[in-house]
Write a protein that binds this ligand. Structure first.
Ligand code: KIV
Length: 336
């Protein structure tokens, strides 16, 4: 079989194979364009496209080489801010295990915990495409569980897409979920739910057999009809090859600039994580310093009795105050 060894020739064979897949995917995107024309603009800051983002909008972004932006969000307030800033895709990632819940890795977070955050985020998002990350154990044990849990994210959490880690080996499940009218985001490369199998958080696809496996995974996901493919922790050259070969938009994290879009963890771009950042993280703000300064200033004001001031206090109405003074004066006289 063409795909069974890791020779460079076979990589070319893969290119040929996936080119035919791509043609099929673009046909789908044609239909999607028509749907988009009927979407109602939802308003918002000038200069930003405030149409509701759908899976078909993502394909249009790819077709028009318009980079897709994606950030994680785990609560109402940040979801609103991220959405209102014009980010196209919001991911309730299982990274909330570490970022929000203080777990060591993503393996412990449960469906119920994910759903709790998902519902809060849903209430804050109007325009972005909302993606729910299927947590470890919610689809690996039994495909029926996978389908049931994907459905829960849509019904209870208001998700528009569910994300599943893994390539070829997840394709049957992904097809079943798509059959149930739920769009799926693939996720290949460094897949954090496989941390124990990978022996750590290691860049994937650094040798020819690794590259070939990634290509096979990407093509399999594309053929299954995924809405997009997250490429995590792979060399930019490999991400570029995959992006050129598949019809589905690729969204990279630590996968270089040739992807169709980029995703980062909200807490990473704001310096709200406590360890040293990964190579690909760019910090756009220091929310940790902002929070620390604000908390320390509050503490100092309370200790020095500068907070609250009279202006920050409620007052009695004038008549009540006069009445109260009369009562207190009478009490003082009686005590004498
Ligand atoms: O859980 C997560 O945050 C992710 C990434 C792709 C950012 O899966």
């Amino acid at each position: 079989m063409l795909l069974e060894t890791s020779s460079t020739n076979n990589l070319f064979a893969l290119q040929y194979l996936s080119a035919s897949t791509r043609a099929g995917s673009i046909r789908h995107a044609g239909g999607a364009l028509e749907e988009n024309l009927s979407l109602t603009p939802t308003g918002g800051p000038p200069g930003l496209s405030r149409h509701k983002i759908t899976t078909s909008s993502l394909r249009e972004h790819k077709l028009h080489h318009e980079p897709i932006t994606c950030l994680t969000a785990y609560d109402y307030a940040t979801a609103r801010l991220v959405d209102e800033a014009g980010i196209e895709m919001i991911l309730v990632g299982d990274s909330l295990a570490q970022a929000m819940l203080g777990y060591e890795n993503t393996l412990s977070v449960t469906m119920d915990e994910m759903l709790h955050h998902m519902k809060a985020v849903r209430r804050g998002v109007k325009h972005a495409l909302l993606v729910a990350d299927m947590p470890y154990g919610s689809y690996q044990v039994d495909p029926n569980d996978g389908l049931r849990n994907a459905t829960r994210f849509v019904k209870e959490g208001g998700a528009e897409v569910v994300k599943i880690e893994g390539g070829e080996k997840r394709v049957d499940l992904i097809r079943r979920i798509i059959d149930a009218e739920i769009p799926v985001a693939g996720h290949i490369g460094l897949t954090p739910q496989s941390v124990n199998v990978m022996g750590g958080y290691k860049v994937q696809g650094k040798d020819l057999s690794g590259i070939e496996q990634l290509m096979r995974d990407a093509v399999a996901l594309d053929r299954a009809g995924v809405a997009c493919i997250v490429l995590e922790g792979i060399p930019r050259e490999v991400a570029a090859m995959i992006t050129a070969e598949v019809g589905a938009p690729t969204v990279g994290i630590g996968a270089g600039p040739e992807c169709d879009g980029q995703v980062l963890v909200f807490h990473d771009i704001l310096g709200l994580t406590f360890g040293p950042p990964a190579k690909f993280v760019r910090r756009y703000g220091d929310a940790a310093a902002l929070i620390t300064n604000a908390v320390q200033a509050f503490r100092a004001d309370v200790k020095s009795m500068q907070y609250p001031s009279d202006d920050e206090s409620y007052h009695l109405p004038r008549e009540t105050k006069a009445g109260l003074e009369t009562v207190l004066a009478r009490k003082r006289t009686m005590r004498r």
